[in-house]
Write a protein that binds this ligand. Structure first.
Ligand code: PGH
Ligand code: NA
Ligand code: ZN
Length: 305
């Protein structure tokens, strides 16, 4: 059934488990996400970035809404990295049940102002809101303290921000970063900082940049002709621990991109004569379903629906 982000994340925070928020750009990705959630009896969030909306528009949103509505587990459709008040409202008009306003690159005051505007409008329409405080970005462990503080979310500021905006869930900067190159080897996750914020702030917390970039997928990507550097993602153990301390929404995009591309490449390189789209995108859907299944196991959302 189609529900709001709050319907999924408030129980997740209370139950100390994470729920995957997986980015989609087409039907097969959406099916891999929602069908796997149904198979594992797990709640799930399907999210579209503004780029995905540009690419698939209402057509894609309708595919997600239709599959989510018929799903036997709770599914929310979330606007990922909404860049303006107008875009957040447009997404709600398109049928989104959760929206992010990402004004974290502005000053604290401007971020509060912009976020509060979206919260008031979204709440008037029964839609829940994600906002962000702090600068996402890989932080090497050796980095000196004040540089870390310049980037990562300050616990005291988080309390003030939540009070002043009424945001329903909060994306915090804790060392994760977007993409396939999250740092040399194991990216540094500031667990103490997550724990501190989790103690002070009771709303669900969000971890962006949470793809694991599994070595097995990276190997298959290379073996099927892909070019990728020394990619690294967040360790399963770090993610599991983060969910114990208040992280409830866990954003994953890169892993599905890699998985889909691996599926397609492997078919096309192994069977150069193949040109049936179902034989190309079907296997890709299976590889993505495996990624979703693994992630739900790490986050502890299996059986929670
Ligand atoms: O944060 C993400 C995705 O992060 P990844 O690149 O680690 O999948 N989307 O908002
Ligand atoms: Na988001
Ligand atoms: Zn993100």
């Amino acid at each position: 059934m189609l529900v709001t982000g709050n319907d999924i994340l408030v129980p997740a925070r209370a139950g100390k488990y994470g729920v995957g928020a997986f980015n989609t750009n087409n039907m097969e990705i959406t099916q891999a996400i929602i069908h796997t959630a149904e198979k594992l009896r797990s709640p799930v969030i399907v999210q579209m970035s503004e780029g995905a909306i540009k690419y698939g528009g209402q057509d894609l949103a309708n595919i997600v809404i239709d599959i989510a509505t018929r799903a036997t587990v709770p599914v929310a459709l979330h606007l990922d990295h909404g860049s303006s008040y107008e875009n957040a409202l447009k997404a709600i008009k398109m049928g989104f049940t959760s929206v992010m306003i990402d004004a974290s690159h502005h000053s604290f005051e401007e971020n509060v102002r912009e976020t509060r505007r979206v919260v008031e409008a979204a709440h008037a329409m029964g839609i829940s809101v994600e906002s962000e405080l702090g600068r996402l970005g890989g932080i090497e462990e050796h980095v000196v303290v004040d540089e870390k503080d310049a980037f990562l979310t300050d616990p005291g500021e988080a309390v003030q921000f939540v009070e002043e905006t009424g945001t329903d869930y909060l994306a915090i900067a804790i060392g994760t970063s977007h993409g396939a190159y999250k740092g040399k080897g194991r990216p540094y996750i500031d667990q103490a900082r997550i724990e501190r914020i989790g103690e002070l702030v009771s709303i669900p917390l969000v971890a962006h940049g949470s793809s694991g970039v599994p070595a097995e997928i990276v190997g298959r990507f290379r073996d099927s002709g892909g070019e990728i550097g020394d990619a690294a993602g967040i360790a399963d153990e770090d993610l599991r621990l983060a969910c114990q301390h208040g992280i409830a929404k866990v954003n994953v995009d890169t892993d599905l991109r890699l998985a889909m591309t691996v599926g397609v490449r492997e078919v096309l390189t192994k069977n150069p004569k193949e040109f049936d789209p179902r034989k190309v995108f079907g296997p890709a859907r299976e590889v993505m379903a495996g990624i979703v299944e693994h992630k739900m196991g790490v986050l502890g959302s299996v059986g929670k629906a």
